[in-house]
Design a protein around this ligand. Structure first.
Ligand code: SF4
Ligand code: SF4
Length: 151
């Protein structure tokens, strides 16, 4: 039986200062390089999988975090098997090699947690930095506005 991940990233909007460093480090972490300049110059640069939104007056809110659902509609809708649950961690991941950019997963996700890749025709979603230890956005937020929680 597959493990279901119990990890979720939660935002603490009240202490977010809107610096966007979480987005920047997310791009870096998924770029295949450790060099920030090289990462941002890449033509197929990955999209950030965490988004900081600014609303009038009240500074910021975070959105679009995958719930790694127990019964994931994105996996059911995926026509190629690209969207899958990682057997070891239980996280829902997208295998970019298999993704054909049909966007079925985007249509069915009830939380709007999947986006189109900006520079590559693949589905883009938070993978909890599953191969890198704790999520990079959580590690690099200067004001501890993102928290990894076991639910
Ligand atoms: S992408 Fe959406 S449907 Fe799929 S596991 Fe995450 S929250 Fe659930
Ligand atoms: S966009 Fe990619 S991951 Fe999403 S349903 Fe289509 S093939 Fe699967």
């Amino acid at each position: 039986m597959l493990v279901k991940t119990k990890k979720r990233i939660y935002p603490k909007e009240e202490v977010c200062i809107g610096c966007h460093l979480c987005e920047i480090y997310c791009v870096l972490a998924h770029s295949g390089t450790r060099d920030l300049i090289k990462a941002f110059k890449k033509k197929d640069r990955p999209s950030p999988r965490v988004i900081v939104e600014e609303k009038e007056g009240v500074h910021v809110t975070f959105a679009l975090q995958c719930r790694h659902c127990d019964d994931p509609l994105c996996i059911k809708a995926c026509i190629t098997g690209a969207m899958h649950r990682d057997e070891n961690t239980g996280a829902i991941l997208c295998d970019e090699e298999k993704c054909v950019g049909c966007w079925s997963c985007i249509l069915v996700c009830p939380y709007g947690a999947i986006r189109r890749g900006e520079n590559k025709k693949v589905a883009s979603k938070c993978d909890l930095c599953i191969e890198k230890g704790d999520p990079i956005c959580v590690q690099n937020c200067p004001n501890s506005a993102l928290e990894l929680v076991e639910v």
